[in-house]
Design a protein around this ligand. Structure first.
Ligand code: PMV
Length: 340
């Protein structure tokens, strides 16, 4: 039976270790965060899809599309890209179910869009979950994650299953790509109380462009770049042990090694490095880019020095964000039946 209106949400994420290398089959450690994206799917009686994204932390926008025609009244690139994920999520889910229905989709985000906190994956997963639930299906989390990965690959051209997995399952997970269409996910911890500070600077490049930059470097310097990628995989294995032993000193050192390797891959930049070194100077045990780089977010491990590290990051031109780590993945909050 179809439902009238369903609200689902999915968390953002920070990659603790292993971004970029994860695209080439190395493992990554990633955690969900306490900031979420909420999507409400309300079934319509026609086949139109209306998207209202009034709180994507860029000015509100309403978009309507039907039969491949997209009417948009904004030129905000980031909002448009979030909308591409929503639109594709509905298309991919409809194809999978062999059924489609017009729908009004309302989106609300507690995170800035395009900052590297996995908002596109969270928007995608929450949309797939809300829409398929509204149509009366109860998809398994693995199906939700896999469909959402397909959406990310369709929109971005290239993506690992990391972001869509963490936002679906939550907690702290280890993800590894096993083939073009296959991957494994293992929960390492459900809750995570690492004293992390997240810093943010404006992003200059998109995830896709950064992935292509690394790919280009790998084509030109195959042996060298393959070794860097493999070494990142080794850092991840060590970091998993340190995380399970709550060995913060080692985790900090491993973050710094991971950062050096990301810098070697060309995905860090001066503004990110300013934040990273300021955090270390203020007492952080380690700090690194989190996510694709090119601007966006950094994380610093700062037991007992969180406030100082935050101030140092702000003085270096960054914004900071407080949030919890680990916890809930994608969930359905409310579902209203179509029959009173
Ligand atoms: O753009 P972000 O912050 O979600 O991070 C992307 C992480 C990469 O490893 C660079 C790409 C991927 O799909 O895993």
């Amino acid at each position: 039976m179809s439902l009238r209106k369903v609200t689902a949400s999915a968390p953002g994420k920070v990659t603790l270790f292993g971004e970029h290398a994860v695209v080439y089959g190395e493992p990554a450690l990633v955690t969900s965060i306490g900031r979420r994206v909420y999507v409400t799917a309300e079934l319509r009686d026609d086949n139109r899809v209306k998207i209202v994204a009034s709180d994507l932390q860029v000015p509100g926008v309403t978009v309507t599309f039907a039969d491949d025609e997209l009417v948009v009244e904004t030129d905000y690139g980031r909002t448009l890209s979030a909308i591409a994920y929503l639109k594709t999520a509905i298309e991919v889910a409809s194809k999978y179910l062999g059924r489609s229905r017009g729908v009004n989709v309302f989106v609300r985000s507690e995170m800035p869009v395009g900052a590297g906190l996995g908002t596109s994956a969270a928007v995608t997963v929450a949309t797939v979950l809300a829409y398929t639930t509204a149509l009366g299906y109860e998809l398994d989390k693995r199906e939700i994650a896999k469909l959402s990965w397909e959406v990310e690959k369709t929109v971005q051209g290239v993506a690992s299953p990391m972001d869509t997995s963490i936002t679906t399952f939550g907690g702290v997970i280890k993800v590894r790509l096993l083939g073009s269409n296959n991957y494994e996910v293992r929960e390492i911890l459900r809750c995570c109380d690492l004293p992390i500070v997240i810093g943010y600077v404006e992003r200059e490049a998109k995830t896709k462009d950064l992935i292509l930059k690394v790919r280009g470097l790998k084509e030109r310097y195959a042996g060298i770049v393959e070794d860097i990628i493999k070494t990142i995989g080794m850092v991840v294995e060590e970091a998993e042990k340190a995380l399970l032993n709550n060995d913060l000193n080692s985790l900090g050192e491993l973050m710094n090694i991971n950062q050096g390797l990301l810098d070697a891959l060309g995905v860090s930049n001066k503004r990110l490095n300013d934040l990273i070194y300021a955090a270390r100077a203020a007492g952080a045990l380690g700090s690194k880019v989190t996510g694709a780089g090119g601007g966006g977010c950094v994380i610093a491990l700062a037991p007992g020095t969180q406030e100082r590290v935050e101030v140092a990051m702000k003085l270096s031109g960054g914004l900071t964000m407080k949030t919890s780590l680990g916890g809930l993945g994608a969930v359905v909050h409310t579902a209203e039946s179509s029959t009173p």
